[in-house]
Each structure stands twice: as structure tokens, then as C-alpha cells.
Design a protein around this ligand. Structure first.
Ligand code: F6P
Length: 748
């Protein structure tokens, strides 16, 4: 037990004295009551010795004072008691040794009395009972019991009570102080971490104060001070109680086995499927938020192969061997991950610079200017060359299947092709392809196309993106473009261009029952809110988050009946946080959410219309999170596909759930039964939210069923099968060809 601070001793002492006094008083009252009961018992006994019950008859008592002698025996038989008899207000008779009792005859006649008084030198408890005899005379029997020992007993009881209380209060105060100290230390530590994250330009985690006094107010105040979106750090979903279902056998898996038999599948992607990070002294494995990983990881997990990626985790190096190789998934490895280590300069130029400040805004219609810097381009070329050359030699032969992924590696197909004897190469571009007019903004547009056309097959999510790409080749290269058969012949090599709408892993997800959904809602702080919308996105300006806030604001403005009854909970994984456009977005979003919460929230009830969970969430949490929302808001300004839309539908039971989906997401071409909206229109978002919440059950089921069927038909496996099949059917290799200035030396 820790020592108690001196400032607590005085109040504790006063409190213990007061409590001891109250307790002792209670005990004293109990003792007096016992005295009275005993006196009464003696009185009855004495009256029976007088051969009469004075309460019922008085005849036998008349003139019989002499009989009182018999009563004197009672005294000796019952300890220190005295008895006295009064006739009217005159003293009649008493036992010996009691001085001054006579005056008491005057004080009471026929009424009963219990009191403590001094009689002679005796402090006594007196019980008086009276009656009338047949001649109407008043008699009284007085019973006295010595109460002299009571004061000593009271003092002893007070001391005992006081000491007990002092011990109890000291112990419980010490325990309370210890607990409070722990809480304050934990809170201070997480506050310190949050401030450090904020200072480093990242989106901090709010200090966790759940289930503590004032926790919600402290949380809101901290969020305000840290200028965070009025956020709630979501507690983890009750994963322990919720178990996923077993995957069923699938015809797509059999087809995948057929296609890949005897071949080595190699995926080249910037993002690794498992990231090892150091955290709180241990190592944590993270599954990144990326559509590409969502779709391809289950394919490799099933078929085996090699995934080559940038090793970006803080504990990646120590968990891989000297070649950067590690078997994954952790604990049950079924394929190999090769991590490529990039210097800070390479990562800055290739990933943040050229890929994400150049190509990303170039390809998305999100009104963000692309930045093209020579140094970034040089790093992009260098890193592409490193990836192409660092694929282990023993994995490459004529039968290998090289699946290059996304806008990070436009040059890799050509570089691999130049390596010769490496098998079939395809490139899948996971983001939109802009119009030729826009694409030619890039100062290195021709070099990019030249690099891409090293692949035998180039895939996009939609036909529109394929057509845009063909048009770019036609306008920027000296190439033959066959718009009808969707292929480009360039320097004697044919590249097919195809749309493969990507899908998700359609392993069934166990549906939560109403009780579990209720528990989840409570854990996310919306236990008593009947209308819930959810969103899951990377914190990216293409996702339309600011416009979504405006839509929700309009919804509450236009449909006031939802005020206090509706919450939208948005998971937003921090992404590319060193890029200024992403930092700006984070701040703007914070302010926008604050504005709506200030306008429609109610701090006294802890009601927030919008809650932002600005941290990474794993699939383990997300699949339950989706089921909490009767509506999902998936409203990107522009998106290649957007797998969140499909995941949400897939995780819902048919009786529950509606999807509000942007017309400008690739997914809208398949999920035509969603409530399709223009994400720039606050009015459309507001109306579709109302429509979703007030839809009839049959209508909702019809829509969900139709969407589920489409998703089941085009799973991640069927997407991979179509891509692999088309890659295998693509043109055989032609002689290497390069453009001046694009030949790339390998090595750093
Ligand atoms: O396909 C998925 C995708 O959207 C990529 O285009 C994107 O690069 C990735 O997910 C997520 O972003 P990042 O890898 O930069 O975290």
C-alpha cells in the first residue's frame, strides 16, 4: 500500500470520527431497546407473581400490598433490578436499596413509560406500566435496571468502530489513488503519443479513456485540442465471440488449379500483402488497405507462388531472410514474399513523388493537379528497373506467369520482356485510365506507354478505361491500334487490352444476429442510434469524403426526423501522409465533420451525427463493422473499381443493408441495383440516404440479392482466372525493342 498524502489524513480522520459516532449511536439505541424488552419481560413476570395481570384485572391487587414481598425474589433471581409499586401518585412499596424512587410515582399514572434516569445514586433504565383496579384507583409497577455499565460499553464500541473505519478508509483510499494514478499515467502516455503523431504530420490516435468517469467529455475535449476529427477510437470488434465460416469448395478454384498447373505465378506489386511493424516492443502483422491485395492475396494463398513487393514495414527486415524472403501467411505459409528494400530517396521519388503525386492525380478525375518532377521520374525508372532485375533467377523460366500490378510499375513489363525467357507477362492497371487529352500532360507519357506495351496483355477494370488507353496509344505512339479487337501492335509486338472487373474473396462471411449487432453498436458508441450508415476508405481525396460530409449535412437539414437518430461512422485508414494534398484533406475533413457535429450533435447526450475512425482496421474488424450499417456510403469521385462496395454487400444478410454508390466508381457498372448517386451532389446523397432507410423490405431484399449474385459470379478467383487465361493466350515474346532514353540499367 502506498503512503497516503498528508492532505488526505485530516479529512479522513474527521470522516472516520463522524461515521464511528453514527455507528455507535445505532448500537446504543439497540442496547436501550434490549433493556426495555428485558424490563417489560420482568414486569410481566412480576405481575404474575402478584397473581394478577394488572392490565386485565385489578381486583386481586386491592389492599394486597403485602404480597409485594413476593416480588422481592424477582430482584435476586434477575440480577441488579429494582421494583416499586405506586398507588395513585403515592409511593406504596419498593424493593430495598433504591433511594428516591417515591417521587417517580407522581410522574406517570396509567400510561407506559420507558426512560433513563438517575434514581438516588443509580443510573437506571425505568419501565413503568399502570392499571386501574375495580374501585377506579390507579396502580403503577416500576421496573428499574442498572444502566451504569452502558457508558463504558459505549466508549469501547466507539473506539472499536473508529479504529475499524480508519483502517477501511485508509485501505480503500490507497487502492483508489493507485487506480487513478494508473489511469492518469496511461492517459498521459497515449496523449503524449498522439501529440507526437500529430507533430510528425500523421493522424493521431485519440487517447483511450473508455469506461472512465467523464471519459466521453475528456475524449471530445482532447479531440478538440488536438484538432482531430471528432473521432472515436473504435474498440475492437468482439472477434473472440464471432467466428468466421469455413470456405466452401468453389469451381473457380478448380479452374485456377488447371490454369496454373506446372507454372510459377509471380506477382509484382508495390504493396506487400503482409507488413511486419514494430509496436509497443513487439512485432505486429498488418494487412494493408488495398483493393489489389484484397483480390490477389487469396489467389496466391490458394495457388502458391511469389509476391515481390516493397518491404515497407519497420520490422520487415528482421522477419525476412538475407534475400528478403519470407513465407506467408504468417503461421501457415503457402507462398513466398520477396521484399525489396528501397532507400528513402527511392521511396520518396518513386512512390510518393512520381506514382502518387504524378500518376495518381493524372489518372483520377478528382481535380488535383499532378506534379511531375524529373528527379521523381528518375527514381521511378530506377525502382522499376530494380524490381525487374531482383526477381530471383530461379523463379523465372518460359512457363512462369508474371502478373505486374498497377501504376507503380508501368516500365516493368518492357524490362522483363528484355530479360528474355521469362514467360508470359501481363500488366493490370487498378486505377482509371484518363482520356488521351489528359494523359499527354505527363512529360514522359510515351515512355510509360512504351514500357507498358512490353506486356502481352494489359487489363483495366472497365471498357471505358481500355478505350482511353487505346486512344492514348493511337495519339502518342506510332502504333497500330485495333479498336474492334482491342489490341495494339507496337514494334512488331501485339498487346491485348481487356476489361476484367476485379472481384473479392467470396468466402461466406458469418452474419451477425441482432444481439451481436447491438453489442457492436454499443462498442462503437452508437448503441441507442437506430439509423446507422458506415463507410470504409483510405483517407484519399479521390474517395469523396468531403463531399460525403456535405451530403450527410444536407440529409440532416432536409430530413429533420433523423436528427439524433442517425450516425454515420467512417473508417478512414491514413494513407500517403507525407504528401501535402493528403495532409490538407485530413484537416479539411476534420473541420467539415466538426461543423456538422456542432450543428446537429448534442454534447449533453454524447450524440454525434458523424464519427471518424482515423486508423487502420483489419479485415477481422471490417467484416463485422460492415454489418452494423443499414447503409454503406461508397461515394468516390472517381475510382477504378472500389471493392469496398462489393465487400459491404457481401457481408450483409439479405434482409439488411443498402448500398449508396457513386456513379463514377467502376463498381457501379456491375452493381446497378445500388442507389447510384453523383458524389458531387449533396442533394442526391441526402435523398438516397432517406430512400435507403425508408425502403420496403421486399425492395431491399431484391436489390441485395441481385448484387450478391453478381459479386458471387465475379469473385477474386474468377477475375484472376480470366486474367491468367488471357495472359497465357497473349502473344508470344517478340525480339526486345527499346526506345532511346528508355533503356534502363539495373541496380541502384
Ligand atoms: O488497387 C488498389 C489500390 O487502390 C491501388 O491503386 C493503390 O495503390 C492501393 O490500393 C492503396 O494505396 P497504397 O498502396 O498507396 O497504400
Amino acid at each position: 500500500m502506498k503512503r497516503l498524502p498528508a492532505t488526505l489524513i485530516v479529512p479522513l480522520a474527521v470522516l472516520s470520527l463522524a461515521l464511528a459516532w453514527v455507528l455507535t449511536l445505532g448500537e446504543k439505541m439497540r442496547w436501550l431497546h434490549e433493556f426495555d424488552a428485558r424490563n417489560e419481560e420482568i414486569a410481566l413476570h412480576a405481575q404474575s407473581l402478584l397473581s394478577v395481570n394488572p392490565r386485565t384485572s385489578s381486583d386481586a391487587v386491592n389492599g394486597s400490598i403485602a404480597r409485594f414481598d413476593a416480588l422481592k425474589k424477582v430482584r435476586s433471581s434477575r440480577g441488579l433490578i429494582h421494583l416499586a409499586l405506586c398507588l395513585g401518585d403515592q409511593a406504596a412499596e419498593s424493593t430495598t436499596g433504591l433511594n428516591g424512587w417515591q417521587r417517580l410515582c407522581e410522574r406517570s399514572k396509567t400510561s407506559r413509560r420507558d426512560e433513563t434516569l438517575e434514581v438516588g445514586n443509580l443510573l437506571a433504565r425505568m419501565n413503568a406500566s399502570g392499571w386501574k383496579d375495580s374501585r377506579g384507583r390507579d396502580w403503577q409497577l416500576l421496573v428499574f435496571q442498572d444502566q451504569g455499565g452502558l457508558s463504558a460499553e459505549t466508549r469501547a464500541a466507539f473506539l472499536r468502530n473508529w479504529l475499524g473505519l480508519v483502517f477501511f478508509l485508509a485501505l480503500s483510499t490507497a487502492i483508489l489513488i493507485g487506480q487513478a494514478r494508473n489511469w492518469i499515467l496511461t492517459y498521459a502516455l497515449s496523449l503524449y503519443r498522439a501529440l507526437r503523431q500529430k507533430a510528425a504530420g500523421r493522424i493521431p490516435l485519440l487517447p483511450v479513456t473508455h469506461e472512465l468517469p467523464l471519459s466521453r467529455s475528456v475524449e471530445q475535449l482532447t479531440a478538440k485540442i488536438l484538432r482531430l476529427p471528432v473521432a472515436l477510437q473504435a474498440p475492437p470488434a468482439p472477434v473472440a465471440q464471432i467466428q468466421p465460416s469455413e470456405p466452401p469448395a468453389d469451381a473457380d478454384l478448380l479452374r485456377l488449379d488447371e490454369l496454373t498447373r506446372g507454372r510459377r505465378m509471380i506477382v509484382i506489386a508495390n504493396r506487400e500483402p503482409y507488413i511486419h511493424n514494430r509496436r509497443d516492443g513487439g512485432i505486429e502483422v498488418q494487412r494493408p488497405a488495398s483493393g489489389l491485395v484484397t483480390a490477389l492475396e487469396p489467389v496466391l494463398r490458394h495457388s502458391g507462388g511469389l509476391w515481390v513487393a516493397h518491404g515497407s514495414g519497420s520490422a520487415d527486415a528482421e522477419t525476412s531472410d538475407e534475400h528478403g524472403m519470407i513465407g506467408v501467411p504468417p503461421g501457415l505459409p503457402s507462398y513466398q514474399l520477396k521484399r525489396i528494400w528501397l532507400s528513402q530517396r527511392e521511396e520518396q521519388g518513386y512512390y510518393y513523388g512520381f506514382a502518387n503525386e504524378g500518376l495518381w492525380p493524372l489518372c483520377h478525375l478528382a481535380h488535383q493537379s499532378p506534379h511531375f518532377r524529373l528527379q521523381d521520374w528518375q527514381e521511378y525508372r530506377r525502382v522499376n528497373a530494380r524490381f525487374a532485375s531482383e526477381i530471383p533467377e530461379d523463379w523465372l523460366d518460359e512457363r512462369s506467369l508474371l502478373l505486374v500490378q498497377d501504376y507503380h510499375f508501368a516500365l516493368v513489363p518492357r524490362l522483363l520482356k528484355d530479360r528474355r525467357g521469362v514467360g508470359k507477362i501481363s500488366l493490370f492497371w487498378h486505377i482509371p485510365w484518363p482520356t488521351a487529352e489528359k494523359f499527354r500532360i505527363c512529360p514522359w507519357a510515351e515512355e510509360l506507354l512504351h514500357g507498358m506495351l512490353g506486356a502481352g496483355l494489359i487489363g483495366f477494370h472497365t471498357l471505358t478505361h481500355c478505350r482511353n488507353f487505346l486512344e492514348s496509344c493511337e495519339r502518342l505512339l506510332e502504333a497500330r491500334v485495333d479498336r474492334e479487337n482491342l489490341c495494339v501492335t507496337y514494334r512488331g509486338h501485339e498487346t491485348k487490352v481487356r476489361a476484367f472487373p476485379i472481384g473479392i474473396d467470396t468466402t461466406p462471411v458469418r452474419k451477425l444476429d441482432e444481439r451481436e449487432i447491438g453489442e457492436l453498436k454499443t462498442r462503437y458508441g452508437v448503441g441507442n442510434i437506430p439509423f446507422i450508415a458506415v463507410g470504409v476508405d483510405r483517407l484519399d481525396y479521390t474517395k469523396g469524403l468531403l463531399e460525403r460530409v456535405a451530403g450527410v449535412e444536407r440529409f440532416l437539414e432536409k430530413y429533420p426526423r433523423y436528427r439524433g437518430e442517425f450516425s454515420w461512422i467512417q473508417i478512414a485508414s491514413p494513407s500517403r501522409t507525407t504528401i501535402p494534398a493528403y495532409q490538407d484533406l485530413s484537416l479539411q475533413l476534420e473541420h467539415a465533420i466538426q461543423r456538422v457535429n456542432d450543428r446537429f450533435g448534442d454534447a449533453s447526450l454524447g450524440y454525434l451525427p458523424i464519427r471518424l475512425l482515423a486508423r487502420h482496421h483489419d479485415w477481422e474488424e471490417i467484416r463485422w463493422f460492415y454489418q452494423m450499417g443499414q447503409v454503406a456510403l461508397v461515394t468516390p469521385l472517381h475510382d477504378g473499381m472500389n471493392l469496398v462496395a462489393k465487400e459491404y454487400v457481401w457481408c450483409q444478410s439479405e434482409e439488411r443493408g443498402s448500398l449508396v454508390l457513386s456513379r463514377f466508381a467502376g463498381a457501379s457498372q456491375e452493381l446497378t441495383d445500388a442507389l447510384l448517386v453523383n458524389p458531387y451532389s449533396a442533394e442526391e446523397i441526402a435523398d438516397s440516404l432517406d430512400q435507403a432507410f425508408s425502403m420496403t423490405e421486399s425492395e431491399r431484399i431484391r436489390r441485395m440479392r441481385a448484387m450478391k449474385e453478381k459479386i458471387a459470379r465475379h469473385s477474386a478467383f474468377s477475375w484472376a482466372n480470366d486474367l491468367i487465361q488471357a495472359t497465357l493466350e497473349s502473344s508470344p515474346e517478340a525480339a526486345p525493342s527499346t526506345l532511346p532514353g528508355v533503356r534502363i540499367r539495373t541496380g541502384t
